[in-house]
Ligand binder design. Sequence first.
Ligand code: FAD
Length: 166
Amino acid sequence: MPAANLIGLKEGQGFKTAMKVLDKGRIHIAAVAVGVAQRILRDALAYALDRKQFGQPICEFQLVQAMLADSQAEIYAAECMVIDAARRRDEGRNVSTEASCSKMFATEMCGRVADRAVQILGGSGYLSEFGIERFYRDVRLFRLYEGTTQIQQIIIARNMVRDARG
Ligand SMILES: Cc1cc2nc3c(=O)[nH]c(=O)nc-3n(C[C@H](O)[C@H](O)[C@H](O)COP(=O)(O)OP(=O)(O)OC[C@H]3O[C@@H](n4cnc5c(N)ncnc54)[C@H](O)[C@@H]3O)c2cc1C
């Protein structure tokens, strides 16, 4: 194989280069998770505005509001992480920790948002015709590919230990 085909162009650099590609992919998956979570929450809010129980829309019930608010706050947190990690990467900095933190938090967050959406829709959240149960199944993948949550934990903690040792 010609030397020009070497990943990283220098022997011994291939693994490091491949890992950097994964950093970009992890920020990407985190951004996708944020976008899907926003869509799920939008659908859940629309349902809560429309659905009436005990003579009022369920969005007036404080326990439903708590689920809406928790999802909104977590989506905002993940969005901030994605923007920060992407900005650091654009500056040419090493974003191994930030990419893994963003991927882990955003994908776990998306799972919680999907779970709350099923809860807000009640029985309808379980039925395919309302669309939320599909999201609930689909977003499960985010926590698996481009490195499972456990792999992100390992990367983050290893970086912490390495940096602390200097
Ligand atoms: C729909 C879909 C699309 C995919 N697309 C791609 C793709 O485009 N490109 C690609 O390269 N791959 C892709 N994958 C593969 C995906 O990245 C892997 O499934 C994922 O990395 C997990 O690997 P695994 O399935 O071999 O599970 P395993 O590695 O067997 O993991 C099983 C469990 O063990 C845990 N585990 C494994 N190793 C450790 C460890 N060292 N310490 C602690 N816990 C550990 C995992 O976190 C998990 O909980 C895709 C998978 C799916 C389902």
